[in-house]
Design a protein around this ligand. Structure first.
Ligand SMILES: [Fe+2]
Ligand SMILES: [Fe+2]
Length: 373
């Protein structure tokens, strides 16, 4: 990782925890008077409570939900429905989550039945959720000769259907990108990085103009968090391999330039790569989240305050699924480019597992803290 300092943040978290403890009521009568006196004194001496304000949210990346499909190598489609159902149930049990973000690639290929099926599942969430496009959430431009007989053609929805289905979940009107304020000091920006006909990404000129305008208009917000499916910086050692450059939006540099000109932009959260990684470029933290469908089958918890973010990855509940995903990643994946030219299948599989498991320590100890500039 290029720069971050966890020690100060840990102290901040400890302080935050201490502050919350001050609000617990005293339960033993002999100590009530003393406790109340100390409490009043401490409250008067501590910073305003809004300084420890925080939002906590779950990021679900690349669920690739589909009701009818066989597994295809690392993508264990047959389990996608179960994974989503169980993850939604787990999130509903968590008491401290404010909202959920879905980082794109909600579907195998935007099949109409999956669009309706996913909406039904997500409506079981007991908290608000926000959605952005991934490259599998647009109508596929494919042919049978390349993709085989199991692709059911002609039943894909279009981007406008996706926007209508998830209206009110970030989308507000006909635009493919959006901005929202889940808390008065948090500005969430949902981008569309998709480009029809390729799994690579691009941010349109029209959207870049909108981004510049919306960030300028929201300059007083303390924390701006950008959500995008395609990465906006390099995250893996193979990202310069020609085909793998498609993990990054092809005009990522142009987008970064706009983000860097607004000091309130602190975090960029992406999916698409199906790995866990954090990079810090010019004081903005870029976090790419692991997929819940492919190994290591994890979702990501963000706790954000005006000064820092704490990031943890959480495995899906079912260990059998994780084992199945690990076996899937080891299968020969003939239609994917090798991570390094000339590697054996085994080495290539191991390289993918290493990528999925750890770059920058995010999954090594399951949590990471980042200071904001
Ligand atoms: Fe994906
Ligand atoms: Fe993707």
């Amino acid at each position: 990782m290029e720069s971050h300092d966890g020690s100060d943040v840990s102290n901040n978290l400890e302080e935050d925890h201490k502050m919350r403890n001050l609000y617990r009521p005293a339960t033993k009568k002999p100590f009530i008077a003393i406790a109340v006196s100390i409490l009043v004194c401490l409250i008067a001496c501590t910073p305003a409570f809004d300084q420890v304000e925080k939002v906590t949210f779950i990021a679900i990346a690349d669920p690739h939900f589909c009701m009818i499909s066989k597994n295809v190598h690392m993508k264990i489609y047959e389990r996608s429905s179960q994974i989503m159902e169980e993850t939604i149930a787990e999130v509903n049990k968590m008491e401290d989550i404010d909202f959920v973000v879905l980082l794109g690639d909600l579907f195998r290929d935007l099949e109409v039945w999956n669009l309706d099926g996913m909406r039904e599942l997500l409506d079981d969430l007991s908290i608000p959720y926000y959605v952005i496009f991934g490259n599998h959430d647009v109508p596929p431009v494919r042919n049978k000769a390349v993709y085989g007989e199991d692709i059911i053609m002609g039943y894909a929805a279009c981007k406008a259907d996706f926007v209508m289905t998830f209206q009110g979940h970030g989308f507000n009107g006909h635009k493919y990108w959006w901005s929202a304020n889940p808390a008065h000091w948090v500005h969430l920006v949902g981008m569309d990085t998709t480009k029809i006909g390729t799994w690579g990404g691009h941010v349109s000129r029209h959207q870049l103009k909108w981004l510049q305008n919306i960030l300028s208009a929201q300059a007083d917000k303390e924390v701006t968090i950008i959500l995008a499916h395609h990465n906006l910086t390099t995250h893996g050692p193979d990202d310069e391999y020609p085909e793998w450059r498609k993990f990054r939006a092809d005009n990522a540099g142009e987008v970064r330039k706009i983000l860097e000109s607004h000091s309130n932009v602190k975090l960029v959260i992406t999916g698409h790569h199906h790995i866990a990684d954090i990079r810090t470029v010019n004081d903005i933290h870029y976090v790419t989240c692991p997929s819940i469908l492919t190994y290591p089958c994890r979702y990501t918890k963000f706790t954000v305050t005006p000064r820092m973010a704490k990031i943890e990855t959480i495995p899906v509940k079912n260990e059998e699924i994780i084992a199945e995903a690990l076996a899937g990643i080891r299968m020969k994946d003939a239609d994917k480019p090798p991570s390094t030219v000339g590697q054996s299948d085994e080495k290539r599989a191991q390289a993918q597992i290493d990528l999925a498991l750890d770059i920058g320590g995010l999954l090594e100890d399951s949590s990471e803290t980042l200071n904001f500039r």
